[in-house]
Design a protein around this ligand. Structure first.
Ligand code: THU
Length: 136
């Protein structure tokens, strides 16, 4: 079970890594932090490209790093968008990819630079998931 303290730490890691984002086109930096089952935190940032469609979001970069390190299940996610006042949640593509590796009840926290913080779950962000029908 992920407690509030763990979510605070996870969000701090997302905030820290957001500084490393490569976002010269949108000027919108994103940092993502995934919590692994053994307590390890794996982070990612958005990496943009002059061919805009090649941009990869922070959440999917974190997932790809984690998979390459041998992690397959994540118990929580935090996303920091320091260039927006309001919280900005993961995009639709990232919601689908995240749901491949996270249980629907897994907590998700996201916030911008303002006071508002959203605390939700993968299942709320991506309901009626088909994965359980497809996995064997
Ligand atoms: N972005 C993310 O990194 N994650 C999301 O879930 C939404 C969007 C990035 C992509 C692009 O570099 C910038 O934010 C503006 O859309």
């Amino acid at each position: 079970m992920t407690d509030n303290n763990q979510m605070d730490i996870l969000f701090q890691e997302a905030q820290k890594i957001a500084e490393m984002a490569y976002a010269p086109y949108s000027m919108f930096r994103v940092g993502a932090a995934l919590l692994c089952e053994d307590g390890k935190i794996i982070t990612g940032v958005n990496v943009e490209n002059r061919s805009f469609g090649l941009t990869v979001c922070a959440e999917r970069n974190a997932i790809c790093t984690a998979i390459a390190l041998g992690y397959r299940r994540f118990t929580a996610l935090a996303v920091s968008t320091p260039d927006s006042e309001k919280p900005t949640g993961p995009c639709g593509a990232c919601r689908q990819v995240l749901s491949e590796f996270m249980a629907s009840g897994s907590p998700v926290r996201f916030a911008g630079k303002g006071q508002d913080t959203v605390n939700t779950s993968i299942g709320e962000l991506y309901p009626y998931d088909s994965l359980h029908e497809l996995m064997h």
